[in-house]
Write a protein that binds this ligand. Structure first.
Ligand code: SF4
Ligand SMILES: [Zn+2]
Length: 221
């Protein structure tokens, strides 16, 4: 039995939110667990009668943030392909007539790779789509994913190691690493996290800078 992306996403959503996961065949709860392997972490679900489902979870499923959703809607409206903020996979986009506004659209987005998901319902607030995602007041100025990495490093030059590590992250707060960007930086700085390759959207560029910062060999431009 092949599941659609939506069906897979719904099962994973139940799993990650701690709810029972019903078998698509019988509706009875399946045994479900996370197999945390470095290269191929998976969620495995086992139902009665030999039912066996596996879902790759690198990166892990998330629900897209409001900021992500807004830029996806903007892209979709401009006929550009919105991509998953975690793995840059082109998203599956569905639109349906908005419930209360028949001339407008509601949007649903699914990532076919990590099964992350999110939806947007049209309201009549004008700035709903064009508004920039709110910046956290206490966030440093470099906490903006549109600023290139070397520039962000320059902005964090006078800070301590944790701040410099923070500046090297991709700044999306996507939580694919298991924290937000600041949390992951702090965990590396205080030694609780040794793995420097967890920033999924930052890719090799971030990892390279993290490696040099930890080794004390990073030189500012
Ligand atoms: S540091 Fe973590 S939260 Fe920030 S962009 Fe990278 S993976 Fe996402
Ligand atoms: Zn994805």
């Amino acid at each position: 039995m092949r599941l659609t992306n939506e069906e897979s996403a719904a099962l994973l959503n139940k799993f990650w939110s701690g709810q029972p996961v019903p078998s698509p065949k019988t509706g009875r709860p399946m045994r479900a667990f996370f197999v945390d392997r470095t290269f191929n972490p998976q969620v495995v679900m086992i139902g009665g009668a030999g039912e066996h489902l596996r879902f790759d979870q690198k990166p892990r499923q998330i629900e897209f943030s409001a900021g992500h959703i807004k830029s996806m809607v903007r892209d979709a409206k401009e006929r550009e392909n919105p991509v998953c903020p975690q793995d840059f996979e082109p998203l599956v986009v569905a639109r349906t007539p908005a419930v209360r506004f028949p001339n407008e659209w509601d949007w649903q987005f699914h990532c076919p790779k990590c099964f992350s998901f999110g939806g947007w319902e049209y309201t009549d607030k004008k700035d709903d789509v064009v508004a920039k995602p709110a910046v956290r007041k206490d966030a440093p100025a470099f906490h903006d994913e549109t600023i290139p990495l070397p520039k962000r490093m320059e902005m964090a030059k006078g800070g301590d190691l944790a701040l410099k590590l923070y500046a090297a992250m991709a700044q999306t707060d996507c939580t694919a690493c298991g924290w937000d960007c600041e949390g992951y930086a702090k965990a590396i700085a205080d030694g609780t996290e040794k793995n420097i390759s967890l920033c999924v959207p930052g890719k090799a560029e971030t990892e390279d800078v993290l490696k040099k910062l930890v080794a004390g060999t990073y030189s500012f431009a």
